[in-house]
Design a binder for this molecule. Structure first.
Ligand code: TMP
Length: 204
């Protein structure tokens, strides 16, 4: 089972992932906890390039998209696909939906570019995706409290509103895979809702 977690900044993805990981481990399930961009040594190096605020030049939006997919190709081949083949549960902090929300809805790149990349380089989509949704100003307040902001977190609120709208479009297109969870609820309520979806999932 492949589960991904999405949302704009500061919506509580990490807290939810830690709680679900603990629950699944207590059920004696083998779980792989990973994230994008990242998840392998090489993909983590690409992540550092993408998130760094110390850039010698502006990163072109196409370059940003392709770096996301370079990291993803490596992550899929080295971590996600082998884990799924071994019957493990993969919990992944962000996946392809983030590329649509950030690079297409946020940056304005065409959905066709993304479809092409998905078609050629993404052999497997998540079975279940949790979209943690909250007003963008609320999330940014939380992200700011965490410390120094990365290259994405430094974007304007209007950028995150577009990203949020992108997630909303995806959820409307694929309601059976993508579950919206109101992230303004308490962490306990968010966890209870996510757990219910997992337990209802065929094959869990
Ligand atoms: P994180 O802060 O949730 O770890 O994610 C890192 C940042 O990368 C986050 O601001 C969203 C961004 N991102 C994209 O823009 N496109 C993608 O495909 C992925 C996976 C992440």
């Amino acid at each position: 089972m492949f589960i991904s977690f999405e949302g704009t900044e500061g919506v509580g993805k990490s807290t939810l992932i830690v709680k679900l990981h603990a629950f699944l481990q207590a059920q004696q399930r083998e779980v792989v906890l990973t994230r994008e961009p990242g998840g392998t040594p090489l993909a983590e190096r690409i992540r550092s390039l993408l998130l760094s605020t110390e850039q010698q030049e502006d990163i072109h939006y196409d370059t940003e998209l392709l770096l996301m997919y370079a990291a993803r190709a490596q992550h899929l081949a080295q971590v996600i696909l082998p884990a799924l083949q071994a019957g493990k549960i993969v919990l992944c902090d962000r996946f392809c939906d983030a590329s649509y929300a950030y690079q297409c809805a946020g940056r304005g790149l065409s959905a066709e570019k993304l479809q092409l990349l998905n078609q050629h380089f993404v052999a497997r989509l998540p079975d279940l995706t949790f979209w943690l949704d909250a007003p963008v100003d609320l999330g940014m307040q939380r992200a700011t409290q965490r410390g120094a902001l990365d290259r994405f977190e430094q974007e304007k609120l209007s950028f995150f509103s577009q990203v949020r709208h992108g997630y909303q479009q995806l959820q409307q297109q694929e309601p059976s895979r993508i579950k919206r969870i109101d992230a303004t609820q308490s962490a306990e309520q968010v966890y209870a809702e996510a757990l219910q979806h997992i337990q209802q999932f065929d094959g869990f």
